[in-house]
Design a protein around this ligand. Structure first.
Ligand SMILES: [Zn+2]
Length: 161
């Protein structure tokens, strides 16, 4: 999916990139810029701003009003609306920082570029070919999995309601 996110949704933008979606995000975009990008690049505009939502809707721009108070609730809303899997697969992830598709890199390639403990502990690494950031499924992945699980539970509750 291709999205453009408003300035209030930076964290969600990073999540969606990790899930493999193409997200244009820059905190300082004006409403007019957001609308122009959505239209020109055929992206769904994600916003927390009701006024912007209504402006887009009246102009026929594809827009989604994000209601959830936290990332799990927001991810649940988006997967329900756009029917994409609630999962992160680093093989298809985009760099949360710059939106470029990550590449799997051999362990030797990150020697000296990550902390020794990390290097000793993990065998699979991914790197952003644009900004050089290196990723691995480290301790923080427990938090990521917990958020995805919470989003799954929200969806399950909704489907029972
Ligand atoms: Zn990057």
């Amino acid at each position: 999916m291709k999205f453009v996110a408003d300035g209030m949704l930076g964290k969600l933008a990073r999540w969606l990139r990790m899930m493999g979606h193409d997200i244009t995000y820059y905190a300082a975009f004006s409403d007019d810029e957001l609308m122009a990008i959505a239209k020109k690049e055929d992206r769904v505009l994600l916003t927390r701003d009701m006024e912007l939502f209504q402006r887009c809707a009246s102009k026929g721009i594809d827009v989604f009003y994000v209601e959830g108070a936290n990332e799990a609730a927001r991810l649940a809303e988006l997967t329900e609306r756009f029917k994409f899997p609630l999962a992160i697969n680093l093989e298809v992830s985009r760099c949360p920082k710059c939106n470029t598709q990550l590449h799997s890199v051999p362990k030797e390639a990150v020697a000296g570029k990550v902390e020794n403990k990390t290097f000793a502990h993990y065998n699979e690494f991914w790197q952003c070919p644009r900004c050089g950031q290196i990723y691995w499924q480290g301790a923080h992945w427990d938090k990521i999995r917990a958020t995805l699980h919470e989003a799954e539970e929200i969806l399950a509750r909704k489907s029972m309601a």
